[in-house]
Structures are given as C-alpha cells and as structure tokens.
Write a protein of this length. Sequence first.
Length: 290
Amino acid sequence: MVVKNKRWLIGGVLIVAVAAFVSLSLLPLLGTTIDRRPSSEIQANAAQGASGDANQQAELETRAKGYDLVLQREPDNQTALRGLVEARIQLGDLAGVIEPLEHLAELNPEVTDFKVLLGQTKYQVGDLEGSAQAYRNVLTASPGNIDALRGLVALLMTQKRPQAAVGLLQDTLNTANQANEIQAGSIDVTSVQLLLGQVYAEEERYEEALTTYEEAIKGSQQDFRPVLAKALVLQQQGKNEEAQPLFANAAALAPDQFKDQIQQLASVSPSPPTTTESSAAAESVEGASP
C-alpha cells in the first residue's frame, strides 16, 4: 500500500500534466531563484551534507541566522521572513520553514499560496492534521483552489480515505456552476474532474474514471488532459487498440512541449504499467501546467 500511495504522490495527477502539488518552490512569491526540485529530494541532499558544497551550506546557514536576528528586532519584517523561508528550504530544514511561513500567511491573508505551501510543508514533516487544516482554510475561502484540492485529495489518499476524496471533489463539482456564476472561473471544472478521475483510477474503479474523463472531454473539447487521462486508463486495462487513437488526439491537442511525452506514454506496453514505469513517465512532465 505504501508503494501505491507513493505512486499517487509522485505519479498521479502529473501523468495528466497538472502541476506537482508537492513542489516547495517559492519562486513566484519570493522573486528569487530557488531550487525547483521536489522537497523530498532537497531534504535528502541536505542530509548527505549538501553534496559536498560546504561553502554554499555555510553561506545559507549564515544567511538564515542573519534573517533570524532581523526578525528578533522586527518580527513582521516580510523581507526577512521570505528570506528565512527561502534559506531554510534550500538547507532542507522543512520543520524550520513552518513558523515563518505561518507568520507570512497571517500577514498576507489574501495570498492563498502561502497557506497552500504551509499545507505542503506540514505534510512533508508528517503533520497530517495540520496539513489538512491548512488546505481546508484555503478551500473555505476559495473552494476551487486547485492546489489546495490536489494537496488535500492526495493527503486523504495516503490516509486510505478514497471515499472522502471522492466526496470532496463531487461536492466541489456540485457547487461549481453556482460559484462560477458569482465569480467566473472560480472553479476549474475540468481540473477537478481530472482529480476525481485519478482517484477512481487509483482505486481501480475504471468505469467511473472513464465516465468522469468522458464528461471532462465533452465539457472542454480543446483540452488534451482528459483525452490523455482516458487513454492511460484504457492502456492500464490492456485496451491498447482503444487507447491509441486517444493518444494521437491528445498529442494533436497538446502544446508542443508535451507531444514527445505523450508519444512515449503511447508506446508503453499495453499490459498494466509498473509503479516504476508510472513514476518515470510522470516525472517526465513534472511541473507542467495545462
């Protein structure tokens, strides 16, 4: 079951070319160059002594201490808070990220990205209850926030609560029309359907997954993601002849940067892919957006 959960975290929604929810990059918020690798990789490298780059490690530690000193005098200094978060991420000190990130979220209640990052960080350090609460705080104000939905759904899946994940996504879809009438585009129906289909597929509820993807295709005919997702489910069932026209259609609809990956996925053996194959395919499109 651990292997299956890892596949959800690493390979789930990434295979259908949506953004990785476990990325701890603060680039859009901090306006600085930060390592965009998954936090687990950063943490592992930090545990190995930052791969021999002792000078950079020492510089980061000095920088973090400097920001700490500033915050002792000016606890609301957002430049120092952001700098401390950045330095500790690069050091792999995810536990040390939580306090300054919580403070940034308090100082900027309108910036949901801080709360999403808080949920991601708490998940990484094992605080599942805190992670879920952070995501729910975002969803209370913004029910269609896809990053918070991805995070909470993945967390529920690791807790072996697929029906709770299904319920969350179905509730979101049920309120989408009304929400979008009040504020256009507040809930991306297709992205939510992709998540729901992925939950069904992970639970081997393939017919429900296919039905969900078909609804997404009808609602967004120029979006390659649900077409690709349906092809992958058929492929996983061994229905390669049915899957191939969908792969071709997905490649035709997709932006150029995804066409090679789609062709690679289409060439996979029609037998159900192993976890390693699924993860490798997912990582090839990591960080992609529709």
